[in-house]
Design a protein around this ligand. Structure first.
Ligand code: MOS
Length: 733
């Protein structure tokens, strides 16, 4: 189905099942621990692999002595780059997944020890003796900023954009802000580690893994091993979180496959938690300079945003300027991204790559500018709204309800009670403050396929290689199919995460929910046509409802029409040039109240509100869970999360769950989410959009702005930990 003109009324609009806050259909499996994760699939006779990571960040292995480990109890095989045979590199990988002799980053995998038991594999791994020759690496973004390069156009578009004459407009602006913000490297710390089981049958490989993008993973695994893609069967039915860390093929899958080949046994590999953070990808740190120029009435006349980030040679920048290209009006503008070559582990996607760190900087800058102008920060944003893409004035937004989100949020949160002057609201030792930030995240269109099969019992089975990373894909797909076919939800079975199923959009970039459901919708429409034909009725007259199809005086059950052989259909949704003709984005507003200890700077978030405009909400319960999870990650980004770089040796020091701090329940007392009642007829036949990443974008800045309002101390370097401002608190004087 080609979808390239705005949707009119369609079967989804009846909202019998779609739009209902139904429980997750996989909920019972998840909460009883019976949804098998990658490492748990019952594969008989599986041996265990233990990964060894490089102990240096850059250089070479000069010798590797395996003799002692080979002789250790239970050891079946040891895989190294030396004995693994020729390996290619996956399309989506920057560093190779099995390093040696060249080492590209710390904890790059250099060996897999396979043994009868996990303990034997781990014990033997300690008997592998490796000598290195350490090379000189670059590990400090601030130090390498000066020699950074202009990256090639990538997923975030061109490196540089310009409209009007930024330099003159900024120079002439009566009110100016020129500030630099930093965001740290962050890691995904999803609950389920990267894990895989691999099994060979001759030259055919079966893997159970934890991967957000089944088709990418299958292709890259085949490419890396140099075997036909058809020979790889990859399954990823349940995923314990991904956040972008599982978009790509990682070392666990490849090493499990190599280990299984060497040991002639199925092999299970889970990346050890303390290895994961340097072995896999992370969100790169940024340095962002923002310049804003405004007229005295508060209208922005100049907007400039430059961002620097680092990555391994051949890597990509963190696209932290992308929202600044679209979010506010302003006749003169420039954005630019520069990329420093760093020898840290590979930088890549983490929930809302680009927009999340970009909004952390931009939305503090907007708060600072509002203050310079003597304006309320909500009013300042309302004044600078734009209804067209400022860089492409002929391209409208498909929908843009930023203003409505800000207004509704301000109302609901009690923004009018905020004390504008910072540091003036105090109860005992607690300084309290309110902060606001816009939320913004792009809505991406991806083609997505599915097949549906109706059987003689009237059960509809949906198959697509879409994944559910904890987001609710199973549920919204079931709702979409039930709605379109006029079936109750319990007559729909959804099967996901298998490379033998039609290729979906996968889970990433908040595109999963809308696009995968639209692919299922397309397949169901095709099935409706087949059913109408079989029933001998005109498709346009057919009403699908309660497991029946009705046309005029004819009424038949879907079960009887399916018959013994059943009926099946397969289709995909594709969008033509729709994404070029309309700018598609999601919008929102974050409001936060914090209390800051006047003496210690300890910050407590007291309440949070997110108002979201993200098209039709397919399931308010799963969507709300997505947004509160994202807001929680925003609190982490604001107050605690950050990888600490050892700038001499080139690795992330706090590479475990004990030292990489994330928010827990006690940190999040009250969160509320409001969805605007919105449908976007341009986004898809479902009129829905992504929502999983919107909730993180801006949340951290709202916290930082609330801290400023409470304490009067501005911190521009995330996370806003108390060491960065304790000496500037009023009580310190
Ligand atoms: Mo997302 S960071 O694209 O999984």
């Amino acid at each position: 189905m080609k979808f390239d003109t705005p949707a009119t009324t369609n079967p989804i609009d009846q909202l019998k099942v779609v739009g209902q806050p139904v429980d997750r259909v996989d909920g019972p499996l998840k909460t009883t621990g019976t949804a098998p994760y990658a490492y748990e699939h019952p594969v008989p006779d599986a041996a265990y692999g233990h990964v060894i990571g490089a102990a240096i960040a850059k250089g070479r292995i000069t010798s590797m002595d395996l003799a002692q480990a080979r002789a250790a109890p239970g050891v079946l095989a040891i895989v190294t780059a030396d004995n693994a045979g020729k390996l290619e590199k996956g399309e989506h990988n920057t560093a190779t997944l099995l390093g040696g002799p060249e080492i590209q980053h710390y904890h790059q995998a250099i060996a897999l020890v396979v043994a009868e038991t996990f303990e034997q594999a781990r014990a033997a791994a300690h008997l592998v003796h490796v000598e290195y020759e350490r090379g000189r690496g670059a590990f400090d973004l601030a130090a390498e900023k000066g020699s950074s390069i202009k990256p090639k156009p990538g997923i975030g578009g061109e490196a540089d954009t310009a409209v009007g004459d930024f330099a003159s407009a900024f120079a002439e602006a009566p009110v100016q802000l020129d500030a630099t913000y930093t965001t740290p490297d962050q890691t995904h710390v999803m609950m389920e580690p990267h894990a895989s089981i691999a099994k060979w049958d001759g030259d055919r490989l079966t893997v159970w893994t934890s991967n957000q993008m089944v088709a990418w993973g299958t292709k890259d695994l085949a490419k890396t091993l140099g075997i036909p893609k058809e020979n790889v069967h990859l399954m990823s039915p349940y995923i314990g979180g991904g956040f972008g860390g599982k978009l790509f093929l990682r070392a666990d899958v490849l090493l499990a496959a190599l280990g299984a080949r060497a040991a002639k046994r199925p092999v299970k590999v889970a990346l050890q938690r303390a290895l994961m953070i340097n072995n896999t990808t992370h969100r790169p740190a940024t340095i962002q300079r923002i310049r804003l120029g405004a007229a005295k009435d508060g209208r922005l006349t100049a907007i400039g945003h430059e961002s620097w980030s680092g990555d391994l040679p051949g890597g990509e920048p963190e696209t932290a300027v992308s929202q600044t290209r679209l979010l506010y009006a302003g006749a003169n503008r420039m954005t630019s991204m520069r990329l420093a070559v760093l020898d840290l582990p590979e930088g890549n996607a983490l929930r809302a790559p680009g927009e999340a760190p970009g909004m952390m900087a931009l939305e503090i800058a907007m708060d600072e500018m509002a203050e310079k102008l003597g304006m309320d920060p909500v009013e300042f944003r309302l004044l600078n709204d734009t209804q067209v893409d400022p860089e492409h004035p002929k391209r409208p937004f498909s929908q843009r309800h930023l203003v409505e989100c800000l207004r509704k949020g301000a109302d609901h949160f009690g923004w009018a009670k905020r004390t504008a002057r910072p540091g003036r609201s105090r109860k005992g030792r607690w300084l309290t403050g309110l902060g606001v930030a816009a939320a913004f995240c792009n809505n991406l269109l991806m083609k997505s396929a599915a097949r549906v099969r109706l059987d003689h019992r009237g059960i509809l089975t949906v198959e697509t290689d879409m994944t559910d990373i904890g987001t609710g894909s199973y549920t919204v797909i079931a709702q979409t199919a039930a709605e379109t076919m006029g079936l109750p939800l319990d007559k729909v079975v959804v099967r996901l995460g298998d490379s033998r199923f039609p290729v979906s959009c996968g889970s990433g970039g908040q595109w999963g929910g809308n696009n995968s459901s639209s692919g299922v919708y397309a397949a169901c429409i095709k099935l409706r046509q087949a059913i109408a034909k079989k029933a001998g009725i005109d498709e346009d007259d057919a009403v699908f409802s309660d497991g029946h199809v009705t046309a005029g005086s004819k009424r038949m059950t879907l079960a009887e029409l399916a018959g013994e052989s059943g009926l099946a259909a397969e289709d995909q949704i594709e969008y033509g040039d729709l994404a070029e003709r309309y700018q598609q984005s999601t919008f929102g507003a974050h409001f936060v109240e914090v209390a800051v200890d006047a003496f210690t700077g300890e910050t407590h978030v007291r309440r949070m509100l997110a108002v979201c405009a993200a098209g039709r909400i397919l399931n308010p319960k799963t969507a709300r869970s997505q947004v509160i999870g994202a807001m929680t990650m925003g609190v982490g980004a604001a107050l605690m999360e950050g990888l600490h770089v050892d700038k001499r040796r080139g690795f992330f020091v706090n590479h475990d769950l004990a030292s990489y701090e994330v928010p827990v329940h006690a940190d999040i007392p009250h969160q509320e989410v409001i969805f605007l009642d919105e449908t976007d007829p341009v986004s898809s036949p479902l009129k829905a959009k992504g929502v999983g990443e919107l909730g993180i974008c801006g949340a951290a800045a709202a916290v930082a702005n609330a801290i400023y309002n409470a304490s009067g101390v501005r911190v521009r370097d995330y996370p806003v930990t108390l060491d960065k401002f304790i000496d500037r608190l009023p009580e310190a004087a």
